[in-house]
Design a protein around this ligand. Structure first.
Ligand SMILES: [Zn+2]
Length: 290
């Protein structure tokens, strides 16, 4: 009898906690981190982002609501590597002692930009390699478990499911790229080394060496000559960048200009991370084959 009552209480408590447990408030710097957090957290999280999918990952204009969101959040997700240089100042200003910061680039094998690139942290566009997306998602699961241990099991299961989905897409795309003869590209800015490394594309040059700096006429002339003499067929630009220089270079050299997105959502058909990878690889293959 007593046991039965205890059991009934336990079940009731469980039901109540399931009903009343408010989702964990998460703030992500980039939409890509929001997506990873939603994949791992599902209905146990509500995620807001500081940078939208239509902005460059290098630009951030603070809104008053951002500080408020940080003040109420349990978890802040960042890439790290100097990409979000403004984060530490915001965290300080938010003055939220309950905020737990997850740096998702921890443990990722970094690619260094060319010495001229000036970023001594390593290239920050790590998410464009799906193997890194797996590491980042695992960090997010760890962070969620730390602030919300009651749903540890759900986070673990969701993570496992997502890692499997990433893996399937990655393998299918790798098979398609492996059939290509010519995999050489010139890119607008250094967003693509992790992507190229994983899928087997070869980056032969970059239009912009450092984001925010216009390329010199001498650099553009050298690049144009190289594209022509080596018959490089594809120049990759991005919707977040001004495509004028890339377009000029393409028409000067006869190379195809392909607009790919390094962040989900900026181009129709890239609404999710995996859709974006598929879109980028498919468009690139089509341009290299034409
Ligand atoms: Zn970038």
């Amino acid at each position: 009898m007593f046991k039965g009552v205890m059991l009934a209480f336990a079940v009731m408590a469980l039901l109540l906690s399931a009903v009343h447990a408010a989702p964990v408030k998460v703030v992500a710097t980039l939409p890509i981190l929001k997506e990873f957090a939603e994949q791992v957290g599902r209905d146990h999280v509500t995620v807001t982002t500081l940078i939208s999918g239509f902005e460059s990952e290098h630009s951030y204009s603070p809104k008053p609501s951002d500080l408020k969101a940080l003040g109420q959040a349990r978890l802040l997700l960042e890439i790290g590597l100097g990409l979000e240089v403004w984060v530490s100042g915001m965290v300080k200003n938010a003055g939220n002692p309950h905020l737990h910061v997850v740096t998702t680039s921890q443990g990722v094998l970094l690619i260094q930009d060319t010495p001229r690139g000036g970023n001594d942290h390593g290239n920050p566009h790590i998410w464009l390699d799906p193997e890194n997306a797996k590491i980042m998602s695992a960090h997010i699961a760890e962070g969620l478990t730390a602030v919300d241990p009651a749903h540890q099991e759900a986070y673990r299961e969701n993570l496992t499911r997502y890692l499997r989905a990433i893996d399937e897409t990655q393998k299918a795309l790798q098979v398609r790229v492996s059939a290509l003869q010519d995999r050489r590209i010139v890119t607008h800015h250094a967003a693509w080394p992790y992507f190229a490394g994983r899928f087997g594309f070869r980056i032969e040059g970059e239009i912009v060496r450092q984001i925010g700096l216009e390329p010199s006429a001498a650099h553009l002339a050298t690049l144009a000559r190289r594209i022509k003499t080596e018959r490089i067929k594809v120049i990759v630009s991005e919707p977040q960048l001004n495509q004028k220089v890339a377009r000029t270079l393409a028409s000067e050299t006869g190379a195809h200009l392909v607009v790919l997105s390094p962040l989900p959502g900026a181009i129709k058909g890239t609404e999710t991370y995996l859709a974006m990878l598929e879109y980028d690889v498919t468009r690139l293959i089509a341009a290299l084959e034409s």
